[in-house]
Design a protein around this ligand. Structure first.
Ligand SMILES: Nc1ncnc2c1ncn2[C@@H]1O[C@H](COP(=O)(O)OP(=O)(O)OP(=O)(O)O)[C@@H](O)[C@H]1O
Ligand SMILES: [Mg+2]
Length: 228
């Protein structure tokens, strides 16, 4: 198993009110698989995906999230950063691009994070070439120097996907990657993800669109805080 959550619990606390979102959620994803998580709005899909990506922590009494058999809770800060930045790539519904950076700079950013100044300069040109190549495979070679505000939604999501892939992650985690796009644009994004999956990228995607979910090999559903 490449990525798994075992009996995971997550409760949000709003003042004195506790909202148990995930009560006993288990999911396991094999290397090379494409799994889609479905469920109604507020069922905890994003919460589960964030836990899988190490972007949030489960409750104290929760079971573990395991990556290649390793418990994420045992990671020190350095390993945790490497996990978030290299082992997994994350794509969000609303892209989360940095508006002041160009398309090329946005795509390169995760690869520049944490580099020393010297390494930053020495790596930069090789990295530019790799980012430009990856952006070209996403149909964006004519937009490299544009800022996100000058792009359509579909183009922004392509930049976000490139950014998620720049460090060659072993798992792509995508939260409603087509949720903000029209059907035609969304299906282009899905084709792009399907192509990456065919090349061997393990993919976990959240959606509440049945047609989108049908593209995956396997679907799991969150109901009452459990994965069924
Ligand atoms: N930071 C937070 N603080 C408090 N409650 C939260 C927080 N994040 C999420 N929740 C609550 O947890 C529940 C699950 O949220 P989550 O975003 O995981 O749902 P979802 O299945 O992704 O929904 P959607 O399909 O609308 O994106 C919701 O009731 C939400 O209000
Ligand atoms: Mg969500």
């Amino acid at each position: 198993m490449l990525l798994a959550a075992e009996h995971v619990k997550k409760t949000y606390h709003l003042g004195r009110v506790s909202v148990p979102v995930l009560r006993d959620a288990s999911i396991s994803v094999r290397e090379g698989e494409w799994v889609t998580i479905v469920g109604s709005s507020g069922s905890g899909k994003s919460t589960l995906l964030h836990l899988l990506g190490g972007l949030d922590r489960a409750d104290k009494e929760s079971g573990p999230v395991l990556f290649a058999g390793e418990d994420l809770r045992k990671f020190d800060a350095r390993r945790e950063n490497r996990y978030r930045n290299h082992d997994v790539g994350f794509v969000f519904q609303f892209y989360h691009l940095l508006p002041e950076l160009t398309v090329l700079e946005n795509a390169m950013l995760p690869a520049l994070v944490g580099l020393s100044r010297w390494r930053w300069y020495s790596t930069r040109s090789a990295l530019r070439a790799r980012a430009a190549e990856l952006l070209a495979t996403c149909g964006l070679s004519h937009r490299l120097e544009h800022r996100p505000a000058e792009l359509s939604g579909g183009e922004r999501q392509r930049v976000a996907i490139t950014r998620a892939l720049i460090n060659k992650p072993r798992v792509l985690l995508a939260d409603e990657p087509t949720g903000n796009l029209d059907i035609h644009t969304g299906s282009g994004i899905l084709d792009l993800l399907a192509e990456r999956h065919r090349e061997g990228l393990t993919t976990v995607m959240v959606t509440h669109d049945a047609a989108v979910a049908a593209r995956a090999q396997r679907q799991v559903r969150i109901v009452d805080g459990c994965v069924v």
